[in-house]
Design a protein around this ligand. Structure first.
Ligand SMILES: Cc1cc2nc3c(=O)[nH]c(=O)nc-3n(C[C@H](O)[C@H](O)[C@H](O)COP(=O)(O)O)c2cc1C
Length: 211
């Protein structure tokens, strides 16, 4: 990796929940913040990305990496796309994995697999590694309504220190566009990661009073 590339590293997983625009915006922000991003993309996430964003990503990780680098116009060293069974990737081992990981969007299926330590693909394994190494794992979960199974799994994960951030944009900042709503969610994720963001004004800094 070139010297100019910062050593900040993070794992980002896109799974097959609705909310592909959140995942894409988050990737843009992490790259802009000079993070090296290990990007894991489930097969269902590629279907959702095509449906919601009109982006048809190739299945092969290196081709997907090239397509995303072209789209983002970023330094290729900042984006590593890993295959679903790339067990030799750094994210698969506690000895090398980044300490922070976000699954955004996160499907109910991936919530279940992560809650139960399935580790059957690289997304599940990477999350399992972050949990066992006591790193920071954020799940931006999207489903409605939540079943008792979903709620039980999220409760268990929360007890393990995993942050559950439902993809639930607010209206108190008076969003005018879909972009405003995407930015709201992504800003909250960046806040939790400790990454400076200008996507959204902070509550109370420019507030209207109710009286
Ligand atoms: C367009 C589309 C939208 C979907 N939205 C959701 C969703 O919001 N939440 C969810 O849990 N699953 C959703 N699914 C179903 C998941 O993609 C499916 O359960 C898949 O097996 C999840 O696999 P993954 O977690 O490995 O990506 C959606 C599927 C499609 C094609």
């Amino acid at each position: 990796m070139a010297d100019s590339v910062a050593q900040k590293r993070i794992t980002l997983a896109w799974t097959g929940a609705s909310g592909a625009p959140y995942g894409m915006r988050l990737l843009e922000c992490l790259i802009e913040a000079q993070y090296q991003v290990y990007l894991l993309i489930s097969s269902a996430a590629r279907v959702v990305l095509a449906t919601e964003h009109g982006i048809k990503l190739p299945a092969a990780p290196d081709a997907a990496q090239r397509a995303l680098v072209k789209k983002l116009g970023c330094n290729p060293d900042l984006l590593v796309v890993c295959g679903k069974e790339d067990w030799f990737s750094p994210v698969a081992s506690g000895s090398a994995a980044p300490k922070q990981m976000v699954v955004c969007p996160c499907s109910a299926g991936s919530v279940a697999a992560i809650a139960h330590g399935m580790s059957d693909n690289l997304i599940e394994r990477a999350a399992d590694v972050v949990i066992k190494e006591k790193g920071q794992l954020l799940l931006v979960v999207r489903e409605t309504p939540f079943s008792t199974i979903h709620l039980g799994n999220m409760y268990q994960l929360s007890q393990m220190g995993v942050t559950i951030m439902p993809a639930a944009p607010a209206f108190y900042h008076q969003p005018q566009t879909i972009d405003d709503m995407i930015n709201f969610m992504v800003a909250r994720v960046l806040d939790h990661l400790g990454i400076d963001q200008q996507l959204m004004e902070r509550w109370g800094y420019n507030s209207q009073t109710t009286q």
